[in-house]
Design a protein around this ligand. Structure first.
Ligand SMILES: NC(=O)c1ccc[n+]([C@@H]2O[C@H](COP(=O)([O-])OP(=O)(O)OC[C@H]3O[C@@H](n4cnc5c(N)ncnc54)[C@H](OP(=O)(O)O)[C@@H]3O)[C@@H](O)[C@H]2O)c1
Length: 248
């Protein structure tokens, strides 16, 4: 057991995340989960993440998209959170261009129902270089799929449901090697169950009493996944933990 003490100030909270070597994923691409939990593990308050996220967490959440080739998110989170395309500072966009990345990463939404408000900014506000993607499955309604194709780049990855491995293979084939999954818990749980989560950046917010929804909901029967602690930072009362999947 070791006592952790507050150490030197980190001048820029993103620096430790930018420094991670994500070039050797175990599978198709490197998948980083970025989530915030209350002290009781809750992932939402009243169906939204807003009041769970503290100012330093909100700031990190916005900036973390700099690490991503693409942002991956479950449809329910898009519907509930009024998701929009990523926005990054000019400096971050320049740094990305230097690495051959699009100025902002596109968003990829996972859905079987394809029930979306097509006027939502996640579709209408995306730039040409970061068009929103939809990952769906063969069983999706063909009429809805035809509509989806008018508003997003549609990728079919699986029969009855989106298969995590097929979805990530499709993203890797498009050149997306670092995938930032921003939830929600059900989609993140599918990635964990498929052994596709390489890294978890977890903010612990000093609150209790939210929704009975943990940050990852794995399907019944999924094996346990172990992680190694690689980083700890704190700002005020918010803890920032970084874990990587345990070597097996
Ligand atoms: N604490 C955090 O960091 C955090 C982060 C994100 C979200 N949240 C919260 O989490 C809640 C929403 O999360 P959630 O777990 O209910 O939903 P979610 O994971 O965001 O989305 C679930 C939806 O994604 C689609 N989906 C998931 N797996 C699929 C598969 N294998 N194949 C096809 N489609 C699949 C389905 O969409 P269709 O229904 O369209 O088929 C499913 O209904 C909200 O309250 C939000 O505020 C918290």
């Amino acid at each position: 057991m070791h006592e952790l003490q507050r150490g030197a100030e980190v001048p820029d909270a993103l620096t430790p995340y930018l420094a991670v070597d994500r070039s050797t994923p175990k599978h198709e691409c490197w998948v980083t989960g970025h989530m915030v939990a209350g002290l009781d593990g809750t992932a939402a308050i009243g169906g939204r993440v807003g009041s769970l996220s503290t100012p330093p967490d909100q700031e990190l959440f916005r900036r973390m998209r700099q690490i991503a080739d693409i942002v991956l998110v479950g449809a329910e989170t898009v519907r509930r959170e009024g998701y929009g395309p990523g926005r990054l500072s000019e400096e971050a966009q320049t740094a990305r261009r230097r690495l051959g990345q699009s100025p902002v990463p596109p968003v990829a939404v996972v859905s079987r129902s394809l029930e979306f408000d097509w006027d939502a900014t996640v579709f209408t506000g995306a730039t040409a270089s970061a068009r929103t993607h939809i990952l769906t499955c063969e069983a999706a309604d063909p009429t809805r799929r035809a509509e989806a194709e008018k508003h997003a780049r549609v990728i079919v990855a699986g029969r009855e449901r989106v298969e995590p491995a097929a979805a990530l293979r499709a993203l890797a084939d498009l050149g997306h090697r670092v995938v930032l999954c921003e939830g929600g818990p059900r989609w993140l749980g599918e990635l964990v169950a498929a052994d596709r989560l390489d890294e978890l950046c977890l903010s612990v917010s000093p609150l209790m009493g939210g929704d009975p929804l943990p940050i990852s909901v794995t399907p019944p029967g999924a094996p346990l996944a172990g992680f190694e602690l690689r980083g700890v930072m704190a700002e005020d009362d918010t803890l920032f933990l970084r874990y990587e999947r345990q070597e097996r």
